[in-house]
Design a binder for this molecule. Structure first.
Ligand code: OFO
Length: 170
């Protein structure tokens, strides 16, 4: 079944949103590096790589379904956050928005009886649960450590242990 124009447009918008996510986390990674928080910089750098993988997952899927990928302008992310806590508050807000977009895509697939797209989107639905839970957990830990430099440093070490594992999408 050929992909509908509406689904094609929605996936193209999602490709742009995932690349924006990548850009946002790369900006956070750079500020963290500037603050000498190496672990935090590492964590956001890996998040950036994951977002590129998410974008590529949609891009490859649209190609596979015979749709036309259209790459559009990526908005500039903010360049400054007041603290690591502010970065994760922004991350949580942003991921909630992305979840809403993925849910809209899943609803569209369902409405159009595009079960292939539904199956493909399931991966992203589950991934968003994990994305939101992880960001929320780190935000909680950072809030607890906020006024304690040694706790912040310990947390930074933990965040430095994250490694990139290319996701198998779909
Ligand atoms: Fe692609 O999951 Fe975050 O934005």
């Amino acid at each position: 079944m050929a992909i509908s124009k509406k689904m094609e447009d929605a996936i193209n918008a999602q490709i742009n949103a995932e690349f924006y996510s990548a850009y946002l986390y790369l900006a956070m990674s750079c500020q963290a590096a500037d603050m000498k928080l190496k672990g935090l910089a590492n964590w956001f750098n890996i998040q950036y790589q994951e977002e590129v993988a998410h974008a590529m997952g949609f891009l490859n899927y649209l190609n596979e379904r015979g749709g036309r990928v259209l790459l559009t302008t990526i908005d500039a992310p903010p360049t400054q956050w007041d603290s690591p806590v502010a970065m994760f508050e922004n991350t949580c807000e942003h991921e909630a928005k992305v979840t809403a977009m993925i849910n809209d895509l899943a609803a569209l697939a369902f409405e159009q009886k595009d079960f292939a797209a539904s199956q493909f989107l399931n991966w992203y639905v589950k991934e968003q649960v994990e994305e939101e839970a992880t960001a929320d957990e780190i935000l909680g830990e950072l809030r607890l450590a906020a006024d304690n430099p040694s706790a912040t440093l310990m947390l930074d070490r933990e965040l430095g242990a994250r490694v990139f594992v290319a996701p198998v999408i779909g």
